[in-house]
Design a protein around this ligand. Structure first.
Ligand SMILES: Cc1cc2nc3c(=O)[nH]c(=O)nc-3n(C[C@H](O)[C@H](O)[C@H](O)COP(=O)(O)O)c2cc1C
Length: 264
């Protein structure tokens, strides 16, 4: 079994590791231009963004082809999973494959513009992650055919969000994605920055460099807002406009080194 995964703060990597099999990092595959996969079972594990599949993972999946008996996906999310199964199914249709199983696991929500990470971490025990993980693992072991059901309201809300594109509802409290160029206006790096370079290594799309001239961090236009740089900064120097607090999160079962290895 192969598991292709993307993670920013470790939730999805923890799930991918727990499911077992050969782990393949999507950023590494993407950087090497590997998009064809063969195995008896293949799984995709990723964080849910804006009620669906993160744009970066979606672009990867559109290029991918899977030669397998059983194709499954597990998304990790914090509060509300919107229409992720519809989104994934549509991506698969476009790319020429279909999923046998799509499920979700509720974990800590790492969306800084809405949530205080300290409070989110306190809520973690009430999400019964291990119980859900055991269920999902057993489903996959028995090759269960099952796709997460989503209401018409969920689907309509997702389509509305997708149509709105990258316009924030409220500049002070960023509620939707800001991609590309625009992100520079929302990220601030303060004087705590030691130019350690960890942000450049955890960024899956190589969007961050340390400027040779002034030693400061410079962002390019490839950001898709995963927040890996912000959460994993050891000096808490990177901030997003409108963040609820400066508390940060990384899954307690995942080390910074593993995120660097996965995304570098
Ligand atoms: C930009 C962004 C958008 C998100 N949107 C949602 C969302 O719509 N619904 C939700 O429940 N969680 C949302 N989340 C929370 C993540 O899906 C969740 O914390 C996930 O487990 C993080 O996985 P990771 O640690 O592997 O990166 C969002 C997170 C980010 C960074």
């Amino acid at each position: 079994m192969k598991i292709l995964y993307f993670t920013a703060t470790g939730n999805s990597l923890y799930i991918a590791k727990s499911l077992g099999g050969e782990l393949l990092s999507i950023p590494q595959l993407d950087k090497k231009g590997i998009y064809e996969f063969t195995d008896d079972k293949i799984g995709i594990v990723f964080p849910l963004h804006a009620w669906g599949v993160p744009s970066y993972v979606a672009e990867f999946l559109k290029k991918a082809s899977f030669n397998c008996e059983y194709l499954f996906a597990v998304t990790t999310y914090g509060i509300y999973s919107g229409a992720v199964a519809m989104h994934l199914t549509n991506i698969g249709k476009e790319a020429g494959y279909s999923f046998d199983y799509i499920n979700r696991i509720k974990m800590v929500d790492n969306y800084l513009p809405t949530f205080d990470m300290k409070k989110e971490i306190e809520k973690e025990p009430k999400k019964f992650i291990e119980k859900h993980l055991v269920m999902v693992k057993s489903d996959i072991a028995s090759s269960k055919q099952w796709i997460l059901k989503e209401s018409i309201l969920n689907r309509a809300s997702f389509n509305y969000m997708a149509k709105r594109g990258n316009k924030p509802f409220n500049e002070k409290r960023l509620k939707v994605h800001v991609y590309g160029e625009g992100i520079k206006n929302y990220i601030e790096v303060n004087d705590n920055c030691t130019q350690c370079g960890i942000c450049t290594k955890v960024c899956p799309v190589d969007n961050i460099v340390i400027d040779n001239n002034d030693g400061k961090i410079a962002l390019s236009d490839k950001c898709f807002m995963c927040f890996a740089c912000i959460h994993n900064c050891p000096s808490n120097a990177i901030h997003i406009k409108g963040e609820v607090s400066d508390n940060r999160f990384r899954n307690s079962n995942v080390k910074l080194k593993e995120i660097i290895t996965a995304n570098n």
